[in-house]
Structures are given as structure tokens and as C-alpha cells.
Write a protein that binds this ligand. Sequence first.
Ligand code: FAD
Length: 434
Amino acid sequence: MAQWLSPCKSAITAALRPKIIHSHGFSTTTSRRIMETTGFTENQLTVREAVSAICSQFPNTYWQEKDQLEQDPKEFHAALAKDGWLGIALPEEHGGSGLGISEATMMMQTITESGAGMAGAQSIHANVYATQPLARFGNREQLENTIPNIISGKWRTCFGVTEPNTGLDTLRLKTTATKLGDGGYSVTGQKIWITCAQVARKMMLLARTTPLEEVQKPSEGLSLFCIDLDRDAAGLDMRKIKKMGGRAVDANEVFFDGYRIGPETLIGAENQGFKIILHGMNAERCLLAGEALGLGYAALAKAAAYARERVVFQRPIGMNQSIAHPLADAYMKLEAAKLATYHAARLYDSSRSDKTIRQDAVGVAANSAKYLAAEAAFTACERAVMTHGGMGYAMEYDVERYLRECLVPRIAPVSREMIMNYISEKVLQLPRSY
Ligand SMILES: Cc1cc2nc3c(=O)[nH]c(=O)nc-3n(C[C@H](O)[C@H](O)[C@H](O)COP(=O)(O)OP(=O)(O)OC[C@H]3O[C@@H](n4cnc5c(N)ncnc54)[C@H](O)[C@@H]3O)c2cc1C
């Protein structure tokens, strides 16, 4: 435990110096946290308290304003980076805290649950997650320079996988990185939905280095790169996408047209990119599940508070079972998803040293957790809006923001339909449908 005391200690110390970020004309209630915390480890609970202390400096009004003005929450990113939280799941030798995905998931949940929502989570998600393949497969420059700059918050990062013409069929992505005489590559193609590309210095880019026709399996011939996003260089352009929720963080179309990258940008071996990225996918499912859970609990806490206070027909609306029971049901769904999420995270962490834990078991657990948490969050957010009646539609009550944002974990990084496909095929051994 000693190895990670310093980031937490400094985080707590910082939280003891309260800062008022914004002062608005109206007040938004801070809700009581309702998740049952029995059974979590001391590490997880310490992370929850310390991260919560940082988040409390960024009230709902901060996130409302960032969402409305579509402004990057750079102060929030900087506050987490300052106390070392972006390196939570990295080994100490690379400047991290040496904790696991169980603790990182708790951190992401605590962020969304604070009211920061998916915008808060997405502002740091790639920084926490993208460093995982770098730490494991990165070259010396990537380990000694890139990772420390990402952890310190100096460099933001983004993940470039999704493409407009291939979508979830990742293995058929069309972006190519063609080898040049100097050992570097020329990148041509288009990415879409790339979160934080406007503010990122680095992109983890998945591109094809060997044509699909020349490989035995579509999973071969892809390579992962950690590239600079040099907006002044030839061959790179990007355009912001107007979107439904999480507007504080940018999402982008990114265009490459003969964009030059150096040989040192390659992560691990050429043509092994999909295997490398696969390595971190189960971890990302756990993080997303945690993010969904936090949003669901935040919405439900607000709904319960409103149902206790709002009086119509001379009694609190929460006395009506048609209001109370859907909220009780939403709570139990979140609690069930919580168990699935932290079970998956624990399996992921344990599988690193316990070789009796099969990777396919981790995959089933992590995918199931992401699915269940996203669905439970959606239920909670939708019911929270309905519980608020007309005020559910008003920005200042926050639940409309949560509802807009809770669709993200249902869609990304893999949709619920593809998780159904995965469970049907891998667990139930039904014929592959795609
Ligand atoms: C807010 C946001 C942020 C994102 N951030 C990033 C990012 O930073 N980096 C990045 O690379 N990507 C990012 N994404 C992209 C995200 O991962 C994709 O949107 C997601 O993987 C779905 O791909 P698609 O949109 O192309 O859907 P499509 O592949 O076009 O699928 C459309 C629909 O068809 C369904 N479908 C497709 N094939 C099948 C099948 N065989 N069986 C059943 N159903 C099927 C899907 O489930 C889905 O409902 C982000 C997306 C969003 C919305």
C-alpha cells in the first residue's frame, strides 16, 4: 500500500483547500451518495474518498456551464493530473501508482457520480487507458518521455480506432500506414468520433500496415502507433462533431492524407496492433462500466431527493408507489451491475498473476459488466428525469444532462448488440451471426 500513498495524500491535502470555481444565481443540490460500499477494499474506498474530494471542487454548475458552452474542462483534467491520478493503473517504474483496474474503475465511477458525468470521465479516460498498451509494449522513448508527460497532464491523448465506413467492424478499417524509405510511415484515411482530438497532443492510432488481401486473418496486419497530432503539419485535418451530450469534451472527425509519422511512433511489433489493443480492451470495459454506474447512482440520488421534497396533492411525490417503486427497482439494478463490474475488475487484476483465470472468463465478465452497468444507468437516468416531471427537462436539475450522457456507455466502445453477439457465440456457442 505504501507505494501509492503519496498521490492519495497529496490529493486529500489539496481537497482540504476548497476552491470556489463558479458562483451562479441558482443552486443545485449536492446529492447524498447512495451506493452501498460494504465489501470494497480499503484501497478502493481510499481512492473513492480522495477522488471525491477533488471532484467536490467542481460542482454541477461547473459541468452545466462547460456543457452549455462546449468548453473543455481543462481545470478538472489538471486537478486530477496534479495529484498523480492519471497514472493510477500504471506500474511504479513508469511513474504510476501501481494500483489495478479495480481501483481505476472506482476512480472513474467516483468522477461520474460527482456530477461530472461522462464529460468528466471522457476528459481523462484515454489518458488513463491509452497508457496501458504503452506501458506494456512501448519503446524506451515512449516509456521515458511520453508516459510521464501524459501522467503529469502536460500532454493530453486520444484514441483513434473508429472509422466512418467500417464502424464496429474494426478489423476492416481502411486507414493505412505505408512504410517509407526512412523507416517512418505515411498515414492516409479517416477516423471518426475521436474524443479530445482537439486538445490532444498524442493519438493512439490503429492503422493497417499490411493489406487485408495479404494476411491470413483480418486481425493480422494492423499496427498501433502513438503519434503526434501536429496541426501545422501537412496531411492532418480535423472537424468537431456537434453532439447530444458530453459537450464539454470534443468529438471529432480526423482526416489523414499522407501524414508523416516517424518509425519511433510504432508501439510494439508491426502488424501486431490488434493483439496489443485487445490486451487493454477488457480493462476499458471495466472503466466504462464504472463510469456508467456513477452516472446512474448520481441520477438516482437526485431523483430520490426530489421525490422526498416535491409536494403535489399535499404530499411528497415519493409517497406514490408509481414514483417510489421504479426508483427502488433502478437502485437494485445498479447494485447488481456494481457487483458484476467489480467482479470483472477483480478478475482482470487477479489474472495478471493467477494463470488459472482464463482470459476468456475475464472477457465474458468485463463485457457483461459493461452491458449491465450501461443498461442500469440508462434505467436510472430515464426514471430520474420522469421523477422530476417538467423540471427533469431543465438544465439546472442536471438529470437531463445525465440522461443525454448515459447513452454513451451503451454505444461505445462496443455496442450492446455486439456484446450480445459475443455472449451468444462465446458462451452459448450459437452460430456466429456476423
Ligand atoms: C460520444 C462518443 C465518443 C466516442 N469516442 C471514441 C474515441 O475516442 N475513439 C474511437 O475510436 N471511437 C470513439 N467512439 C466511437 C464508438 O466506439 C463507436 O460509435 C461504436 O463502436 C459504434 O460504432 P459505429 O458508431 O460505427 O456503429 P455501427 O458499426 O455503424 O453500428 C450501428 C448499429 O448497428 C449495430 N450493429 C452493427 N453490426 C451489427 C451486428 N453484426 N449485429 C448486431 N448489431 C449490429 C450496432 O450495435 C449499432 O447499434 C465514440 C462514440 C461516441 C458516441
